[in-house]
Write a protein that binds this ligand. Sequence first.
Ligand code: NAP
Length: 314
Amino acid sequence: MKAIVYNKKSSPDKLVYCDIDKPVPNDNEVLIKVHAVSLNAADYRSMKMGLIPKRKIFGADIAGQIESVGKNITLFRPGDEVMGDLASYGFGGLAEYVTAPERLLIRKPGQITFEKAATLPMAAMTALQALRDKADIQKGQKVLIVGSAGGVGTFAIQLAKYFKAEVTGVCSSKNVQQTFSLGADYVFDYTKEGFAKRDKRYNIILGINGNYPLSAYKKTLTSNGTYVMVGGSLSQVFKSLLFGWIFSFGSRKMKSLAARANKTDLELLVKLAEEGIIKPVIDRSYPLDKTSDAMNYLKQGHSTGKVVINIELN
Ligand SMILES: NC(=O)c1ccc[n+]([C@@H]2O[C@H](COP(=O)([O-])OP(=O)(O)OC[C@H]3O[C@@H](n4cnc5c(N)ncnc54)[C@H](OP(=O)(O)O)[C@@H]3O)[C@@H](O)[C@H]2O)c1
């Protein structure tokens, strides 16, 4: 089969398009013919940190069709269309076939394309768990989404509106219209105005991207508000983890999120997508042999929504 295999000696690209043996599922695995994979910061950050999957194949968020099943599999049959996040099972999605345990997969509804399905597992799950589980979002609350234009941010806007919050996004000029069109009530163009310059206070701040002083978040939060550190530049993440305790004086809180794959949550997100309540935003689709270009584009940190590898394009 064709796959994108990490080779640290390969230059200039370490992600090499090549032929390797098709995997064989064990008794507790299914074999999936992958149709689409969405890329995440988890792919290039793991690569940068030297956390290379055993099979040397990145790609966590997959959507595809089951080709065969191991003898202990009870939930799926060949022909079923499935989707899931394989990060906790060693990635492996950037290939024509991947094996996975059934606990990480759910059925993909027919009306959601493979490309759209592949956008949901990690990015939408992160947005959901940040808003609902970490911030305990409530109707009418004011939510500031810093980094509203990327994979996680575009889902966060739509989910915060689903929870009936008032949403303010923070993005650059090119993404202002999109942020409004996804439902944001207000948008800060960070190239023109800092979000902390006005007097407005927010019950919830999701710090998804960028690198902002913690004092700006603190100043912008209500006295009992919650700042959820989702991601951003590495220095933002370290700053938040080292000095985030400053938030915890009084009833203001800082929480950090480590999103976890969860079938129930993924089923909820798929239902919301089926109902048109959340709409995946796909910035670019690439064929499998152009994965290195796709990863380089994502790494620049200014993609608008999700970057997808569509294996059917090859
Ligand atoms: N905690 C967890 O469990 C978890 C899970 C998944 C992801 N993450 C983290 O979440 C972060 C975002 O992931 P993602 O998939 O959304 O990344 P992404 O799709 O690459 O995000 C790109 C977006 O970031 C925006 N951005 C860049 N600089 C910004 C700035 N200074 N201010 C505001 N927005 C800015 C860009 O908007 P403009 O082009 O308009 O600048 C672009 O749309 C990453 O750091 C990732 O590691 C954490």
